[in-house]
Each structure stands twice: as C-alpha cells, then as structure tokens.
Write a protein that binds this ligand. Structure first.
Ligand code: MG
Length: 188
C-alpha cells in the first residue's frame, strides 16, 4: 500500500512546493522567538507535521480540488468559484486550519499573518498566472508552516508533541532515519 505521506510529498513536488521552502517560512515565523533556531529544525518540523494523518488528509483533499478545477472537472458553480479563488469562498482557509490546529490555537495567529503577508512560496502560489489553480494549495502551505511553527513553540516550553514523544532531545531527534529519504522524495 502506498503511504499517504509519500503521496503528499509527491503532490507537493508536482505542484511546485518544496519542503525546504516551507521550512524557510517557519524559520521566519520562529526567529523572533529564538536565537538558536535553525533552518534544519524548521524543515524537520514541517516533515513532522506532514506525518500527521489530519494534515495528510487535508492536503490531498485540497490539492485534488485544485487539480479538478484546473481540468474544469468540478460541478458548477464550484468550478468557477475555485478557479477564480473568490475572496468570499473561505473553505480553502477552513480546510487549511485543520492542519494548523493539530498543535492547538497557537498556530492561528501565524496562519492569519501568513494569509495577509503571503511570505515567500505562499505569495508565489497565490499568483494566478501560469494557468495553475492553487486556491487550496497556498492556504495548505500556510497551514503546514503555521503548524510547524506552533510545534516548535510547544517544544520550546517543554510540551509533549508528536504521539507522546518527549520534547527536547527526544525520540523526535532520534528518529533521523527516514528524513533523508523524505527530503529526496520531496525534491524529486
Ligand atoms: Mg486560497
């Protein structure tokens, strides 16, 4: 059986989303709160978020809707609404909040901030040229970044994150095994 996580990484790669670029957004979000934060830590946190079932399901759902709208395969009026990324259609944000909320309400402010400022990759995805529909994708990336930042914030104060693994020098850090593969999958 194909792991949903691998599907997420493949879809991200196909849709122009680089995991390291999401990590860079997380780094920007977290830098004001920590001098010792590294980009590597931020990328690692993004990968942890993507291991969560809730995140995977939201991501594959949103990207599927973007792709179907691109092919004009959604029923109307939904197809036009998604293609135009109508400002009053807030379902893309609501779906992305399912990802942000994995680590509690701490991520909400970051999500709102990213939605306004459209940092880096998010701004690029939000650009409506190139015939691509990224109505859901830009919010999903913001949702993942906000969740990854919230996860780091929880770790910093010693909260338990990720399936009860202790924080700090935790099982988290010890599970370095699958990450290089994940990065490869993400970039390939
Ligand atoms: Mg959107």
């Amino acid at each position: 059986m194909i792991a949903v996580k691998d599907v997420v990484l493949r879809l991200f790669a196909e849709r122009g989303v680089d995991i390291e670029e999401i990590g860079r957004i997380v780094y920007e979000l977290q830098r004001p709160y920590s001098n010792s934060i590294s980009l590597e830590q931020c990328v690692e946190s993004v990968l942890r978020v993507i291991e969560k079932r809730e995140a995977q399901h939201a991501i594959i759902t949103g990207i599927a809707l973007d792709m179907l709208a691109e092919q004009n395969a959604l029923p109307e009026p939904l197809n036009s609404i998604v293609r135009r990324d109508e400002p009053l259609y807030g379902v893309d944000e609501v779906l992305a909040l399912a990802v942000t909320n994995i680590y509690g309400s701490v991520g909400l402010t970051s999500f709102g901030y990213l939605d306004k400022l459209k940092l880096g990759l998010i701004g690029r995805l939000n650009d409506k040229d190139k015939g691509r529909v990224n109505t859901f994708l830009d919010d999903l990336v913001a949702g993942v970044a906000a969740a990854a930042a919230a996860r780091i914030a929880h770790q910093r104060v010693g909260d338990v994150v990720d399936n009860g693994a202790a924080t700090g020098h935790s099982a988290d850090a010890g599970e370095a095994g699958p990450q290089p593969e994940l990065r490869e999958a993400a970039s390939g």
